[in-house]
Design a protein around this ligand. Structure first.
Ligand code: NAD
Ligand code: TDX
Length: 355
């Protein structure tokens, strides 16, 4: 079985993973349809991430600036563009922001997902894929992995709102027979990643000789996946997975945060001029106050996806980190654009209070 679609609506397509997914999808020979990028452009959305795609693909690519909580706009878009598949990325995605101000997470992640599901059901959209996170499963100790059977135990307002959205997707399949699939993925990294998240923040601060703020003791563990591998997993699931099924997606690349930051420092020391002091960039590492409720370890068992659908990641973390550093070095104009006044203010407030 391999499904085909004529019009895929990508919510949150101007964000980090959504923009990578649109680029991936339009570049695939097995997809000849159109892509509707539905995004309200919050601080995290950047149309510049897709400027070349808009030029290259002409009328196969449409951008609609609208909110997923606006049911009328969602319905108009589905009707106007004959949408037969929704791939739903749009979300508030930053754990630290959810701790400071949860409201927008509840609205977008829960009410927004509900609004999309309801519209998809009413208008008979053929497929709804929901993109979610491993953070819904909570925190692991030193051993074990999250599987698709792991009970939900979210610890932050972000992960709780994503858990609620996962449950709504499940309910719309079970109750109304909506043709859904859903995936829970580990931490992504790669091009177009907004520099509030660990890897791009460390790359940019290290380049500028600024402190590298590591939360707590730096021993928290994340399972890193190159963003293009997440995109290939999603497309594999959308085309082939049974309705109502869920899949875990991960890279089998478990690293402590301090190991990630140290590796980034080494890569940058190798690629650009040394700091004025002559010290290695790892000297910029600064331990700061921990994130409240900070999950110790995430690790994904993705054997179901490998076994059922034959998916495999194409990147290991060493090649992926290097490609990512190279991308940031090659794209200073993108970096300048995302560093708007509002973002600067977030950095000042968040890190000032961590001391
Ligand atoms: P992001 O913050 O970079 O992008 C989110 C996008 O959604 C932005 O373009 C933003 O403008 C848009 N958006 C936000 N609220 C909206 C609204 N109300 N209406 C329309 N558009 C809205 O996020 P990301 O890192 O690309 O994550 C995408 C999805 O993948 C999220 O659902 C996230 O939970 C999930 N996910 C992310 C990761 C990761 O490591 N980044 C890992 C697993 C799952
Ligand atoms: O400055 C920092 N210093 C630091 O030590 C930042 C921003 C983060 N960290 C730590 C916290 C985490 O242990 O690094 C780790 C990664 O942090 P984030 O990049 O904020 O990601 P995380 O909280 O793990 O969540 C990410 O992966 C899962 C995405 O933001 C989520 O959207 C996704 O669901």
């Amino acid at each position: 079985m391999s499904r085909t679609f004529s019009s895929v609506m990508v919510t949150g397509g101007a964000g980090f993973i959504g923009s990578n997914f649109i680029r991936y999808l339009l570049g695939r020979p097995d997809f000849q349809g159109m892509v509707v990028n539905y995004d309200v452009l919050t601080y995290a959305g950047n149309p510049l991430s897709l400027a070349d795609v808009a030029q290259q693909y002409g009328d196969r690519y449409v951008f609609v600036k609208a909110d997923i909580c606006d049911g009328a706009a969602v319905r108009d878009t589905i009707r106007a563009h004959g949408v037969d598949c929704i791939v739903h990325f749009a979300a508030e995605s930053h754990v630290d922001r959810s701790i400071v101000a949860p409201d927008e997470f509840i609205r977008t992640n829960i009410m927004g997902t509900y609004t999309l599901l309801q519209a998809a059901r009413e208008l008979g959209v053929a497929h709804f894929h929901h993109v979610s996170t491993d953070e819904v499963f909570g925190s692991l100790g030193p051993t074990g992995f999250f599987t698709e059977e792991t009970p939900y135990a979210p610890n932050s307002p972000y992960s709780a709102s994503k858990a609620a959205s996962d449950h709504l997707v499940r309910a719309y399949h079970q109750t109304y027979g909506l043709p859904t699939t859903h995936s829970n993925c580990s931490n992504n990294y790669g091009p177009y990643h907004f520099p509030e998240k660990l890897i791009p923040l460390m790359i940019l601060n290290a380049l500028e000789g600024k402190p590298l703020p590591v939360y707590g003791n730096g021993l928290n563990i994340r399972d890193w996946l190159y963003v293009e591998d997440h995109c290939s997993a999603i497309w594999t699931i959308v085309q082939n997975a049974a309705y109502g099924s869920s899949y875990n997606v991960g890279g089998r690349n478990e690293l402590t945060n301090i190991a990630v930051v140290t590796k980034i420092c080494e890569l940058i020391d190798r690629k650009v001029e040394p700091l004025a002091s002559g010290a290695p960039r790892s000297s910029l590492i600064t331990y700061v106050k921990d994130r409240p409720g900070h999950d110790l370890r995430y690790a994904i068992d993705c054997s179901k996806l490998e076994r059922d659908l034959g998916w495999k990641p194409a990147h290991d973390w060493e090649s992926g980190f290097e490609e990512t550093v190279d991308w940031y070095l090659a794209n200073p104009q993108w970096v300048e654009q995302v560093r708007s006044g509002a973002y600067k203010q977030w950095l000042e407030t968040n890190y000032a209070s961590r001391g």
